[in-house]
Design a protein around this ligand. Sequence first.
Ligand SMILES: NC(=O)c1ccc[n+]([C@@H]2O[C@H](COP(=O)([O-])OP(=O)(O)OC[C@H]3O[C@@H](n4cnc5c(N)ncnc54)[C@H](OP(=O)(O)O)[C@@H]3O)[C@@H](O)[C@H]2O)c1
Length: 361
Amino acid sequence: MSEKLKVGILGGTGMVGQRFISLLENHPWFEVTTIAASPRSAGQRYEDAVGGRWKMDTPMPAAVKDIIVKNVNEVEEVAKEVDFVFSAVDMSKDEIKAIEEAYAKTETPVVSNNSAHRWTPDVPMVVPEINPQHMEVIEFQKKRLGTTRGFVAVKPNCSIQSYAPVLTAWKEFEPYEVVVTTYQAISGAGKTFKDWPEMEHNIIPFISGEEEKSEKEPLRIWGKIEDGVIVPADDVKITSQCIRVPVLNGHTAAVFVKFKKQPTKQQLIDAINNFSGVPQELQLPSAPKQFIRYMEEDNRPQVALDVDYENGMGINVGRLREDSIYDWKFVGLSHNTVRGAAGGAVLCAELLKAQGYITKK
Ligand SMILES: NC(=O)c1ccc[n+]([C@@H]2O[C@H](COP(=O)([O-])OP(=O)(O)OC[C@H]3O[C@@H](n4cnc5c(N)ncnc54)[C@H](OP(=O)(O)O)[C@@H]3O)[C@@H](O)[C@H]2O)c1
């Protein structure tokens, strides 16, 4: 019998679900044994259920083609087959909250890509290099749910990954005011140019809910556990504009920052290049060797050249220069469906396994 943990993918036929399936092909710790989606797909072979909707650059892994897709709503049926699940279903927020807790209550840990539980006070929202200690809130959540091994953990929104890690690397200089404009890829809406031809040669200055997430989620990641809940930090103010641009993969962020302690340019660059965390220390399978890199060239980072840095798990930074109103400005770039979605969640699950929260049932 395989020693790998058995994983189910909720929403496995969708874009993020497909990314999970691609990233987990040949994963050393996890094996996809179960895939669930809407009742429309349930009962079909995975390959047939996806049909012409396969959106990855790499072929569909042979090992999943014949898996019979289950109905996400048949919780016991799915839960009994797996050690834990990744969640990437697209339903209403309330439905997602309820279904993820229902899985947790079957003693099945849920690592979610969805936003539904990001503000549930005892649910950790984690970037493993930044706040791995927030997983400790799981013990309080389990008490609330009445479980021994079931819980929900989430990763934050894709938009923040191009700047929140950078600001974290600069914590010693006390950034306190941040203005960010994000230029976000269409895959962040689950789309390709085939399904969204109106995005060719176009810019849309609105992404529903994204500005609030971009401003608030970093504060929760920098927060502390107090009395069994995560209390967000309140010493940084972020304001944002989020814009959809005609790019397939890769969210760019143009950022202005004020610091309480004035750094030199070299100090900022060194802090970026030297920043690492628990995933690097533990050499987790999906951890980038270098989490953030600084690029000296004036025309980098570029989506076309740099989005796949560290297999899409690294953050690219460039164009760091002094500003006439703020202190410093820079441009960041990250892969929205890898670091920003499925890859970030896989790294969370690896951290949870290393910390002993996810085990064989
Ligand atoms: N795309 C990104 O980069 C990104 C980033 C961060 C967060 N997210 C979030 O991740 C989630 C998935 O996004 P996506 O882009 O992968 O969406 P998607 O391509 O539309 O896929 C949605 C998945 O949910 C399933 N589903 C839809 N309605 C359902 C229902 N009523 N009951 C059960 N399952 C249902 C679909 O199954 P069928 O195939 O059977 O319809 C499919 O597997 C969304 O909540 C999205 O907001 C996406």
